[in-house]
Design a protein. Structure first.
Length: 116
């Protein structure tokens, strides 16, 4: 009888884990795009592995339910792209190929290449 209860408990726990896994937010990855936008913010930082990176904030025109507005979108430069973007400052135009990513309904970009 004890084994029966244990199997039932294990089956219940497995079912709960499967249901929870279905509700965990998984990042969606979109196709690369060419981005040309004004830089409205810049932060240089070090990641948890000790590597430097730059987070630019760019302005992006959006529309929802007929309401037009501008949104700030984080655009990240890692590794070689961090070095290649070191000269960019707030007010400059970022013209780059970026990978778009959406997580929990928010868009962000990772710089793949600068466009001359």
């Amino acid at each position: 009888m004890q084994t029966h209860k244990r199997k039932g408990l294990v089956a219940f726990a497995a079912t709960v884990l499967i249901v929870l896994a279905a509700f965990i937010a998984v990042p969606a990855i979109a196709a690369d795009i060419v981005l040309e936008a004004e830089i409205t913010g810049r932060t240089d930082a070090i990641d948890r592995n000790g590597n430097p990176y730059t987070r630019f904030i760019i302005s992006e025109d959006r529309e929802m339910a007929g309401i037009k507005y501008q949104a700030g979108v984080p655009t990240m430069a890692f590794g070689e792209m961090k070095e290649k973007t070191d000269h960019l400052v707030v007010g400059d135009t970022l013209h780059a190929v970026v990978s778009a990513r959406e997580f929990s309904g928010r868009t962000s970009y990772t710089i793949q290449a600068l466009v001359d």
